[in-house]
Design a protein around this ligand. Sequence first.
Ligand code: GDP
Length: 461
Amino acid sequence: MAYSEETYIRAPIVVVLGHVDAGKTTLLDKIRGTAVAKREPGTMTQHIGASFLPWKALEEISGPLLERIRVEIKIPGFLVIDTPGHEAFSNLRSRGGSIADIAILVVDVQKGLEPQTFESIEILRSKRVPFVVAVNKIDKIPGWRSNPNRPFIESIKSQDEAVALKLEELLSYIIEQFKSIGFRADRYDRIKDFTKIVALVPVSALTGEGLPDLLLVLAGLSQRFLIKRLVARVAPARGVVLELKEEIGLGTTATVIVYDGVLRKGDLTVVGGLEKPVVTRIRLLLMPKPLDEMRSPEDRFLEVERVYAAAGVKIVADGLEASVPGAPLVVLSREEELNKILRDVQEEIQTTRFQRDIAGVIVKADTLGTLEALIGYLKKNNVPVRLADVGPVVKRDIVEAAFVKSLDPPLAAVLAFNVKVLPESREEAAQKGIPIFAERIIYRLVENYLKWYSEQRELEK
Ligand code: GDP
């Protein structure tokens, strides 16, 4: 197949995030179940690492509701990433942002704002990703829809005042966060106006109630605001590694989300690596087999010659063990581009920012996504960052912090999110009097540090 100047509208890539236990996995299962159940014979709706929900399925699910949105250019469906959570979300990056086109922020109706809701909102904000809020577990508030003409939060109020207050708080917080960058937020009552970027949609991931509305709002937003972004080319593919996995007989394989172009078996490809980029030729492209064609648990994959964006596919190629989740994948089209592509690919996964003379904190986190969220928080609180990196707290981090101590002591600290602190680092830190703040919740980590910081400033006076 030759490349051409042709373009097509690809499916938007949808990512689900929110606080633990809000119901992300259940919601994904429900959407996936729906996608599989509505599988049209002959159309490939299953993907690896993602589920494809074709427009046809959407029509069946959201049926008459769909007539309410004006469709100029139809999206082919949605590619919903199967892994929930903000780590998956922000690891899926392309230059300049996330490859997620649109997100579903899942909130437990009875809990409202929770720590990871704040974090998710911070990530969505920093990446400028439009999103829909799925106000989940609505089945726990029976009777809320007693008056269908009432706006959502008001109907909740008549059932449970405390819950309604939580929702008001959630809405205000989102509006507050987004107004500064021109996003508008409003509650969803009836579908009449899609100029509002953020909608609260009541759903139950358990019963499926509200799912048609949720998909409808997603479709409306995508078609209204994303069409330009969804133009894909018949050109060498670009994608991102979602995860690496050992497969018996195949070695290390990578699940790749292709967001542009066409990925073909035999393509010479550059994948970002831990140390340096991996240049490799794609031996096999695998998609899941339809369930009724599997002969054994091992017989899961179907070989394909090519995939078009947006797709999730498993690739088999030599050397993938040196690549990392979140790494970009770029197919080489012309040899002379190699050096530039190698440089670009590696630059993209290189987050270590090392600024010689900056007095700032040392930040370590478990993934690029959380690292970015953490840096975002610190920026908002005017805390300068000297060094930011993924991985455990190593001795060098302490040495860096000790150097900062000579410049501005209250900034001489290590902030570690969800990573190990090596024993030798602890020793070194104790010796040099460098505090290490280690936490599993970002905002608490920043809070703890800020508290210590202001105490230190007080002491200086
Ligand atoms: P995650 O951590 O966000 O992926 O949350 P899960 O999907 O694992 O859900 C956490 C718990 O909430 C599970 O026990 C689910 O059965 C339950 N749950 C999820 N969605 C709903 C819902 O819509 N209604 C009710 N009643 N329970 C739900």
